[in-house]
Design a protein around this ligand. Sequence first.
Ligand code: F3S
Length: 372
Amino acid sequence: MRQSMEILAALGKIYGAADMVPVTSVQVAGVSYKTIGDAGLEYLQDMVQKGAKVKVPTFLNPAGMDREQWEALRVPPAFAKKQLEILDTFAEMGIGMTCTCTPYLVGIRPKQSEHIAWSESSAISFANSVLGARTNREGGPSALAAAICGFTPNYGLHLDENRVANLLVKVETELKGTSDFGAMGAYIGEAAKGKTPAFVGVKAASEDRLKSLGASMAAWGSVAIYNMQGITPEWNVVDGAEEITFGARELAETREKIGGDGKPDMVAIGCPHASLSEIEEVAVKVRGKKLATKLWVCTARKTKEAADKAGFTQAIEQAGGNVVADTCMVVCPLEEMGIKHAACNSGKAAKYLTNMFKRKVVYGDVGDIICE
Ligand code: F3S
């Protein structure tokens, strides 16, 4: 606890926090063995040896594999062994094995103005923007420190004055599907350059599309909060905010920039983790068919259990696909599993998979990218 307090006090000093603020939940990232490696595992084991225990409800981001299906999904055993050790250390600290980037879809849904300390960029965006909760972008160690102490330094997005938008985005084109929201996120993420965007002109946006937009802006430009007129609970725009337009030309150019061609080895849906209705959309599309390409729908375990009950998992598996829990296409060892080219409907996944495979992904909505 002393070591955790030192981390929080140092952060508070750096950012000029006047005090600490209690948090109601913590989400810890840096869970996959692929991202934290042996050094991360040793850090966590050291914390456990020193008696670290969390004080507030604390949950994990996706791990590097599905805890139940890893063998069937051909995850290398050496990787699995390390991954299980990492999960064990988190469990010893009292952390919940949610292994999802969408805790808000599995019952962990902070209310407006509630202070939390979350660390996965898409979840942070959703919590700040769509729920109106308050969190900075925590790193793995600072989130863990907040979980152990039960509070976090009171600076940044915990304060009203830092939640004001200063980039007004006029949306002048129709956004037809999730991939259009992801493409807009990529464009605005890059254009924001540290500013906070506020969107006008979006007539309707489901939570699924807002999670896609936020994830993409976070990946392409570290945007941790946005406002959307008539849709998000907060609408605070500074007078004289810079204005930009997102129209049909910007949408087409961004889709062209993100997406490549060729035949993918894998279609990956669920970045951020798929909601039950997104899994249903895939199930309806593939029911009774035989897929020509491997298909993963990544989701939280609780959401998968609901999909199992509803028969969606069965429809997807009968077509040759998988509903995969606890992990995602970015944090699992895809290359070691023989995947070299992927298709996706997510602006965030497109950015990371492009970096991973050194070639552009095939980008589109579920109806366009699933290969029958
Ligand atoms: Fe979630 Fe993995 Fe995407 S953690 S936001 S599904 S890269």
